[in-house]
Design a protein around this ligand. Sequence first.
Ligand code: ATP
Ligand code: MG
Length: 392
Amino acid sequence: MFKAFLIKYAEIGVKGKNRYLFEDALVSQIRYSLKQIDGTFKVHKTAGRIFVEALSDFDTDEAIEQLKTVFGIAGICPVVILEDEGFEALSEEVVTYMERVHPEKNKTFKVMARRSRKNYALDSMEINNKLGGVILRAFPEMKVDVHNPEIYLNVEIREKIYIYSQVIPGPGGMPVGTNGKAMLLLSGGIDSPVAGYMIAKRGVQIEAVYFHAPPYTSERAKQKVADLAQLISRYTGPIKLHVINFTEIQLYIYEKCPHEELTIIMRRYMMRIAEQIAKESGCLGLITGESIGQVASQTLHSLACTDEVCELPVYRPVIGFDKQEIVDISLKINTYETSILPFEDCCTIFVAKHPVTKPNLKIIQHHENNLEESIDQMMERAVHTRQIIQTV
Ligand code: ATP
Ligand code: MG
């Protein structure tokens, strides 16, 4: 029945030149997203709006599900397109439309006609009045409410005639690509995929880095992270995942530094390496899934200590969330099941029984001096030998 979708977007501040950037990015994200399903679609801007028209058969529900993953979309209106075969025919089609789309008839409505083709015999007011009458005669339970109707029936007269009345909520946010790029530290946990999703929702393109410690962390642990990147790419668009071999550095820290400071020092090196790759890739910030107090390395003291090594801003979108709130998002974006698969995590391999929760920056820096001899070459080697996995 539906042949097209009208895409509504609503972000304040999308004005002037920004409006074009926003719309163009949205069009390209919609195209990318619809490529993943069967069907041929034409996505185009017309008169300040975005239309998705189907050029082949397609599954309406599947297309809607897909559009719900495109950030920047506030609402999705399924549209019926008719040839103009006179007002009589239009009236019949409108009755059929109401019957199918709004089976519950005890509702108020308003017809909103728009006549873009000026040679149409009736003007907008006349179309509103006549179609209103047609609907009232067909469904006497319905009532007109011009101020606050439950159903807005839009009828647009163009070359063809477009009818729509439903607005299915989109994900909101801004189209990916309108707000630069950032580097996500993606582990196999629950939090970091959610963090990446949340930043992408604001229009930021995502690249990712994973620290792998073979043989202490398995191939399956790495595959799990690649799978998580694939799952969030449904929302973020394609992701380039850098896999860093972190074993040598981790063992070196283990050998040279106090064990209760291991996690925090290790995290400082993760951030340093992530930042180096981020800068090379043109990323403007780092993203982590940290949340205050969740574990020893996420106290305010520890976070301050981790931050100290970074020049780029570190974005932590789940910082104030409880675990359950993060879990709820991971369920919504379908990463939860993968995140809870029980593969070892490189952070947990060497953890001390009693890691410091209030690291003293001066002391940490002092102990990092023990690494002076080889750490620079090791970091260089880690960056140089990284593996790149591209989501499909
Ligand atoms: P997550 O659920 O995201 O794994 P977590 O609660 O397990 O987080 P930590 O292990 O302390 O917390 O990690 C904090 C953050 O550091 C993660 O959210 C992630 O951004 C980053 N991180 C941790 N381990 C790795 C890793 N092996 N590779 C890349 N990033 C990592
Ligand atoms: Mg983790």
